[in-house]
Each structure stands twice: as C-alpha cells, then as structure tokens.
Design a protein around this ligand. Structure first.
Ligand code: VG1
Ligand code: CO
Length: 579
C-alpha cells in the first residue's frame, strides 16, 4: 500500500468531554470528521511510540462502528502502526479493551501501545443518535487531560491527515490476521474473539467455582440485562458457559447497533424490562422475582445491582464491595491499598475507609482520575454514583466485574452463614447501613437544556456561594428542618501523584449535618447541556435508615430546587431522569 496525504481543515467542536468525543452520527459522518480526530490523536503522541506499535480499535458495536473502524485502520497504517487489534464484529467492551492493552501480547511478546474505543457509552445509538470515540493509553486507562487537551488543540490546527491507498476494507466478522505490505514493511489487522482476554483476567480475580456453586444452586435465581449492548457477548460467555447460569436468565444479550431503540443506560428508568422482572416496576411482576438482577450500559463499563424488589445505589455498592472484598474475592486477599470515589458520589465509601483505616481519595467525575492513583499503588477499589464500579485490575470501570464481585460476596456470606436459607442482597445492604449508617442519595438530571440557560444557572450558584448568610436565611424560610450550609465551593482537584490541577469540577454545598448538594454540567452529552443535581443525606441512627429514599430526601430536594431557581432558569419543572 501507499501512504496518501489528504488535505483537510480544522472542524469545530472536537473537544473530548468526560469520556471522549461524543456527537451525533450525522456529525461524525461529515467528510474528514473522524479522520481529523484520529490524526490529531496520533500527532499528540510521541511518533517513535506510534511507529511500529500495536493499537486496539473496537467498541460497543453501535451504528457506524464498521465504517469507522475501516477509516481508523487506514490512518493507523499510514502513521506507521504495525498491527491493529480488533474484537470480532468490532466488539470489545470498554473494560475488555483496558484488559487487552494491559495483558495481551502479540507473537513477539509485545503489548499494545493504546486503543481507540468506539462508543458513546450509555447514549442511544442509530443513524440519528450518538457515536463516540476515545483514546486510552498504555496503562489501559482513558487519556489524561494533558493528552486530551493536546488532541483538541491539534484538531484546531490540522491541515492534513495520512491515510493509505491499497488496503481494502478488512472483514472484521472473521477471526484471523490479514497482512499488507507497505513502505515500512508488513502491516497487520488481527481479528480475535472479543471475550478471550477478558475471561482469562476474570478467572485470575474471582473464585469461579464458588460463584458457579451459587449460580447453579436451585434456590438462587439470577437475571442479567445487557440492554442490547456489548455486555451480552461477555454475559453469555461468563454467566452461561463458565458459571452455569440458565439461558433464560439473560435479557437483551444480543448486541444491536441501535440498542433496540433504547437508552443503554442501566438505571431504574431505562432498564425497564429488568426493573419489571425484579419486582420494582409499575406493574406487579408476572414471574417469580429473582434473588439477584443486574444490568450494563452500551459499552459494559457500568452496572446496576438489584436484589429481589430492592435497588442498591451505586454509591452504596462500591462501599459494600470495599467493605466485603477481602475474604470474598481472592484478588484482594492481600488487603486493599486504598479506595476512591468521584466527588458527587455519596460518602458511604468514606465511612468504610475510616472504619477500616484505608487510604481514601475524592476525585473529579470521570474514570481518568482514578488511573494515576492505581498506577501509584494507592487505590484498589473505586466507584462513581453514575453506576460505575471497578478496581485496579484494569483502568476502566467494569460492569461485569461488579456483578462478579457481588456474586462473590453473596457466595462468601452464604458459606459463612452455612444455613439452608441463602443470604439476600437486601440483607447485605441493610446490615451495612446498621454498621456504617445510610447515605440517602438521589440524582436529578435535566437533559438537553438550553446551554446558555445552564451557564446562567451555574453562575447563579457560584454567586450564591459567596453569600452563605443569605443562603442560610433562605433555607430557614424554605425548610426550617434542613441543616445550615457550613461551606460551599467549586470542587478543585490536585492529583496527589502528578500534582496536576483540575478546576471547576462542580459546585458543592456542604451542610452541617453532613448532607450535600452538588451541581455540575455533564461532559458526555452531544446536544445542549445536561445539568446534574446530586442530593445526599447521611443518617447514622440505625432506627432511621429504613425510610423510602424519596421521603427522606424531600426536604433537601425542595431546598435544592428553590435555592438554585432551576425552574426559573431552565423552564423545567421536572428532571428528565431521576436515579
Ligand atoms: C457521566 C457520569 C460520570 C461517568 C461518565 C462516563 O459523565 O456522570 O460519572 O464517568 O459519564 O461514563 P458526565 O460528565 O455526563 O456527568 V460512560 O459509562 O458514559 O463512559
Ligand atoms: Co459506559
């Protein structure tokens, strides 16, 4: 093949957000749009590292992935990449990509240098929906801000990209290697089974025999919903083939390029079918409600954990995993190096860290901030309120891992209890509240709000911060039963490993009783602005930890809405989604 220089011009708006570049498919399909971004990424990396490297390219299989992969293969070849690794049918979950970068070796014993992950995660897919791309580095984690800033500035200055003549579209449906001869020697595209590396890794972390005993116990019933995303491929392989679950326990486990028309977002609103099966829907369930349910998002890095008629908040989930990991999960037998959560995530994990005397970190939203801590050996388990949970086995959150972690905890507790009756998810959570107290928690999302209105709202909230006296007077009028605000700020993070500083990471109102209100703008949407309001209240009295969450949080919610004047600014009387 020949390298071809293609003239191009900068295209506006290619700034990567919380997790890569996400836009409508129609935007990505514009001439040179994807090519500009990919070339800008290669140009942001040291060329001696790119030359001769192995690069992974795959994703959640959403609409336009097949076209995108062919474009990227050609640009990679032209930039001197030696080998592109592709999951069969373009499918690799985000956690699997992270595992592959860290663990997979080619026939010469070489690892991958990085990856392009083709996903817009939990955003819908299809011709009129979202596509996305993000770059992950040698440690398997999302590019740090220093790199994404460089990529973005390259997109604003790009004048040409490099592609090739003489490489036809590669058949990504068939496992095998295709080779091409170019100016610098052989270039290869290797298509392999999407699950092999990931399954191998999971087996080194968990006790598969113990989990299998649980999943094949007739008293234990299980349901997993992949929401038509890439998780289905892994669920079949792991839950059915390895762990003996029944085929009927898998819902929506055939990946679809439009996710069946839904939001592949595992929460009580979008995972409708699972929610219904688990007895949490509007209608009474028609089936016997399973003991355990879980769901994933499009790229399988998120998870939702449910018990029988019982929802586990993601903030509680990470805290419970951290509190129970040692003993239940062989990977953690040596103890936890530390734990971390994103700022808006509830402080349930903080309490566990205190009691167990673990190092603890609070980072901005987005997984990229956990990576440095893990690379430095300071953090083993971490999580976000947005249904993201994970550990230092890779550098991404991991949806299937979270399910295996919960199944391991259940299996371990059953072994300890030794009785005939199985321990339930609800028992584990309520017992946790008894020990550590409960963090009532909810998040209100206002999606696709006018961007100007959202900016004004945030400016109003920043302004209020400097007038805490006024704020507390207002609160007294709105809800005298709500505590005083003791401090308000815009969250800023200084990375303890590389000392880099990330500012404007959300506005926090911290109350005297430990309650918190957090406001931030989403960085993953593709149109307009999404405002996120996070509401949290701590209850340490074990006799008061059993209220319905909405009831316990009602006073704080009222304060949040009135103080922020959200309806006035956005015209919205209701959030789009409550999680
Ligand atoms: C959201 C979540 C954040 C998560 C990110 C990527 O970001 O709030 O916690 O890390 O999505 O998740 P934002 O900026 O929209 O709030 V995924 O599974 O969409 O890659
Ligand atoms: Co995701």
């Amino acid at each position: 093949f020949q390298v071809v220089k293609q003239e191009t011009k900068p295209i506006d708006g290619q700034k990567p957000g919380t997790s890569g570049l996400r836009k409508k498919v129609t935007v990505f399909k514009q001439d040179h749009y994807l090519a500009n971004f990919v070339q800008s990424t290669f140009d942001a990396l040291p060329s001696e590292k790119v030359k001769g490297s192995n690069i992974v390219v795959s994703g959640d299989g959403r609409y336009w992935s097949t076209e995108a992969i062919q474009i990227i293969i050609k640009i990679a070849a032209a930039n001197g990449v030696k080998r592109v690794w592709v999951g069969q049918n373009t499918l690799l979950s985000t956690p699997a990509v992270s595992a592959i970068i860290r663990d997979r070796v080619n026939s010469n014993g070489e690892k991958a240098y990085g990856a392009f992950i083709l996903t817009a995660s939990h955003n819908p897919g299809g011709p009129d929906e979202d596509f996305g791309i993000k770059y992950n580095c040698e440690n398997g984690g999302p590019a740090p801000e220093s790199l994404t800033d460089k990529i973005y500035s390259n997109t604003k200055a790009i004048s040409a990209y490099y592609t090739v003549d003489g490489i036809p579209d590669v058949d990504v449906t068939k496992i095998g290697t295709t080779s091409f001869e170019g100016p610098d020697g052989t270039f290869e595209v290797e298509v392999f089974d999407s699950t092999e590396d990931y399954v191998k890794l999971m087996k080194t972390i968990f006790d598969f025999t113990a989990i299998k005993d649980l999943l094949t116990n007739p008293k234990f019933t299980f349901c997993y919903d992949a929401l038509n995303g890439v998780a289905g491929v892994y669920a079949k392989r792991i839950f059915l083939e390895e762990l003996g679950a029944q085929e009927s326990s898998l819902l929506n486990c055939v990946p679809k390029e439009d996710f069946g028309g839904g939001h592949p977002d595992p929460n009580l609103t979008y995972a409708k079918e699972l929610v219904q099966v688990m007895g949490l829907g509007k209608k009474p369930p028609t089936n016997d409600v399973p003991e355990f349910g879980a769901a994933a998002d499009g790229d399988a890095d998120r998870n939702m954990i449910l018990g029988k008629r019982f929802f586990v908040t993601p903030s509680d989930s990470v805290a419970i995993i951290a509190a129970n990991a040692v003993g239940a999960i062989p990977y953690f037998n040596g103890g936890l190096k530390g734990v971390a959560r994103s700022m808006p995530t509830s402080a349930a994990l903080d309490v566990v860290a205190q009691k167990l005397n673990l190092k603890f970190f609070e980072v901005p939203t987005g997984w990229k901030f956990f990576g440095n801590l893990m690379d430095a050996g300071m953090c083993s388990v971490c999580g976000e309120e947005s249904f993201g949970t994970g550990s230092d086995h890779i550098r991404e959150k991991d949806g299937i891992w979270a399910v295996l972690a919960w199944l391991s905890i259940l299996a371990h507790r059953n072994k300890l209890a030794g009785g005939d009756k199985l321990v339930t998810v609800e028992e584990i959570v309520t017992e946790h509240w008894n020990t550590y107290g409960r963090h009532y928690y909810t998040r209100y999302d206002y999606e696709n709000v006018d961007a100007e209105a959202a900016k004004k709202l945030m400016a109003h909230l920043v302004d209020l911060q400097s007038k805490l006296g006024d704020v507390n007077n207002m609160i007294k009028e709105i809800r005298p039963d709500v505590a005083e605000v003791k401090e308000a700020d815009e969250f800023e993070y200084k990375d303890p490993v590389d000392n880099s500083v990330s500012s404007h990471q959300g506005i926090r109102y911290l109350f005297k009783d430990g309650s918190r209100l957090v406001f931030r703008l989403s960085g993953t949407g593709s149109v307009g602005a999404t405002i996120r309001l996070y509401i949290e209240q701590y209850e340490s009295d074990p006799t008061k930890t059993f209220k319905p969450s909405a009831e316990a949080l009602a006073p704080l919610v009222e304060v949040a809405l009135k103080l922020s004047k959200i309806e006035e600014f956005t015209g919205r009387s209701e959030p789009t989604v409550i999680t």
